[in-house]
Design a protein around this ligand. Sequence first.
Ligand SMILES: Cc1cc2nc3c(=O)[nH]c(=O)nc-3n(C[C@H](O)[C@H](O)[C@H](O)COP(=O)(O)OP(=O)(O)OC[C@H]3O[C@@H](n4cnc5c(N)ncnc54)[C@H](O)[C@@H]3O)c2cc1C
Length: 335
Amino acid sequence: MTQRILIEGGDAFAFAADEDTILRAALRAGLGFPHECSVGGCGACRFDLVEGEVETLWEDAPGLSERERRRGKRLACQTRALGDCTVRVRLSEEYRPAVPTARRKAVLTSRHWVTPEMAELVLTTDGDARFLPGQYALLHAPGIIGARAYSMSNLANSEGDWRFIIRRVPGGQGSNILTEGVAVGAEIMVDGPYGHAYLREDVDREIVCIAGGSGVGPMLSIAKGALGQGSGPVVHFFEGARTHPDLCGGKVLASLIPQATSRLRYTPVLSAATHEFWSGARGFVHELITPSLPLPLDRYEYYFAGPPPMIEAVQTLLAVQNQVPHSQVHFDRFV
Ligand SMILES: Cc1cc2nc3c(=O)[nH]c(=O)nc-3n(C[C@H](O)[C@H](O)[C@H](O)COP(=O)(O)OP(=O)(O)OC[C@H]3O[C@@H](n4cnc5c(N)ncnc54)[C@H](O)[C@@H]3O)c2cc1C
């Protein structure tokens, strides 16, 4: 008999024992279960267990405070049901998956460094790679405890290619194994797509992409998606990095078709430029937005990705200082 998870007062959904977290099973069923990072960091998927038995995958996940743990809160991305369960959570339309999520076996088919600290990986699955520009997937690789979230830098395709730009984090387990540890040819599980910061193709406002460090991956996907349409809005692409060798977005964008690049305005910004020859912008990437764009700032559609301090600075600039409506601002936090 199929085992089910019931949402108190509402829907029930099936799950695959030993495989599904509660979050993955709910999203696969097309339900709007709240979530953001899907890897235990943000706490957006917390819920109450009303009835049934579950196991916790990562006891110390930072997405829950000690107080919340004591009060019995759990994270759906770190919980597996051991049998029929009832959970309490408020579903919301905004979290309903835009593309159904699935787990697929992939092979690491290529990898090369695009900057001294970031590698581009291509994982290839059988069948289509289905996702929207700007979304992310969870990668399960040999030798890594738990999954890691990485954003696709390419577009959906029928070859089954999922491209990622991954920065090796000093002391980081997953990023070091993926960029150097696992060999080309290794099998890696791709679980996805996830994420709400995807390209809204029905909006014709000019687009602003703001990438900090490894946030360049999803921003390239958004820009390619927007520029790939025959006609469409201008894309203002800001890429922030420490030094000149750390930039990689410009080269990728320059290889797009000329008709597309005539709609592209690319601004690289360096925060630790030591090179005398650098005549471009210096500072933190968010500081360049106001001086570079024709005002007011509430006339654009914004996408951004990068380290948490950059995300906070951009949110303050847009929401607090310039009253840009929430509906025009799209980001997934890299926790
Ligand atoms: C939505 C999203 C998109 C992202 N996209 C990118 C991208 O495109 N490129 C990029 O370079 N980085 C991206 N990141 C960051 C990336 O997921 C990793 O956090 C980063 O690479 C550091 O991982 P690490 O394993 O090297 O570091 P570690 O410090 O070893 O681990 C960091 C993260 O791994 C998870 N983790 C750690 N221990 C466990 C455990 N025991 N069980 C389960 N999970 C555990 C947690 O989420 C933790 O925050 C993204 C993050 C998010 C949330």
